[in-house]
Structures are given as structure tokens and as C-alpha cells.
Design a protein around this ligand. Structure first.
Ligand SMILES: [Zn+2]
Length: 191
């Protein structure tokens, strides 16, 4: 993904689902991407939600570092099933994203762990009509903020067509991980 005019700093962490790279500019986090996927029984909370920092930017922009630091703190809360992660979302930089995509992501940030919604419902909540369901699907596919913008909570509607297929639908990091994340959230977050 292009960072446009933003100057990025990056960190790498190991989490319950694999290695995650976080990049930020002074305005906020730009990119949270899974670079190596790890198979584990996420439902039972492997590694106790521990997030191990492998690389952290040095001698770079302090504001970028702060955004990355908050992103890592957020991941730690998320993987330990701490509901605080829904209220304390790290600042995201939307400057290189289309307007519609930004609106969809902001809407999706209102959902809670364990919830799921369909592409049509997310379209409805964003623009007041379900007609942009396909565009919502594309925005999910290109989500640069894995986990923080919870695209894994968006699932296909249960039509006759896909009832027999995977009910969780597609996920950029693999539909088995999507299923594990949904189950993890349903089990780990209780409030
Ligand atoms: Zn930026």
C-alpha cells in the first residue's frame, strides 16, 4: 500500500495469531498487517494474549512511535480479551484512503467483539442503504488495519446459495483465521 506523503515508522510484534507489522506516521497508524500466520487454538487463548515486541523504531518521529506504542498496547488488550480495546482504539491515519472506505471503517469500529454483521448491514449502517454491499466487500478486502478495524466481523448473509459453503465468508488472511477470530471474541470477551 502506498503511504502517500506520510513518512512511516514500523514495528514488528509476535501475537497469538502470528507476526504483525505496525506502521505509523505522525498522524496515526497506517498499516497493521499479518506477515506470518500462526496456527493455534485461539479459542482457549494461547500465549495468554501475550504480545512480544520484536522490533521497535528508534530515533524516529516521536509521534509515530507513540501511535505504534498504543497499537501494541491495543493488541495486548485485544488478545487478552479485555473489553477496553473497544473504547480505546488507536488513532488511525485515513489520509490515503477513499472517503467511502473511511466511512465504512469508522462505522465498523462501532461493532463489539463477538458481534457479526453482513456486508449489506454494514452498507445500510454506513450510507442508509444496502446497495453498496459489494463496495463494502471491497473495502473489507483492502483493510489495512487488520483486527483494529474488525473486517473479520463482516460475514455473508445466509442465503440458500452459501448455506452449504463457509458461513464466515472470505478473509484476506484466510477464512479459517476469520472463523477462529469470531469464536475467540465470542469466548474471550465477556462483559
Ligand atoms: Zn499518515
Amino acid at each position: 500500500m502506498s503511504s502517500g506523503t506520510c513518512l512511516l515508522s514500523s514495528a514488528t510484534v509476535d501475537t497469538s495469531i502470528g507476526r504483525i507489522k505496525l506502521s505509523a506516521c505522525p498522524q496515526g497508524l497506517h498499516l497493521i498487517e499479518l506477515t506470518i500466520t500462526k496456527e493455534c487454538e485461539l479459542e482457549t487463548g494461547c500465549d495468554d494474549g501475550r504480545v512480544l515486541v520484536l522490533e521497535f523504531p528508534r530515533q524516529e518521529n516521536l509521534e509515530s512511535q507513540d501511535h505504534i506504542h498504543k497499537g501494541i498496547k491495543w493488541l495486548t488488550k485485544y488478545f487478552s480479551g479485555n473489553m477496553e480495546c473497544t473504547h480505546e482504539v488507536p488513532t488511525l491515519c485515513f489520509s490515503n484512503l477513499p472517503d467511502f472506505t473511511t466511512r465504512v471503517y469508522k462505522q465498523l469500529l462501532q461493532t463489539r467483539p463477538g458481534d457479526t454483521l453482513t456486508y449489506s448491514e454494514l452498507s445500510q449502517r454506513t450510507i442508509g442503504s444496502s446497495k453498496a454491499a459489494r463496495a463494502v466487500g471491497n473495502a473489507m478486502k483492502r483493510n489495512p488495519f487488520i483486527l483494529v478495524v474488525p473486517c473479520h466481523r463482516v460475514v455473508p448473509s445466509l442465503t440458500r446459495h452459501n448455506k452449504s459453503c463457509n458461513p464466515f465468508g472470505k478473509y484476506a488472511c484466510g477464512s479459517s483465521l476469520k472463523e477462529r477470530l469470531i469464536n475467540f471474541e465470542r469466548n474471550a470477551f465477556t462483559s
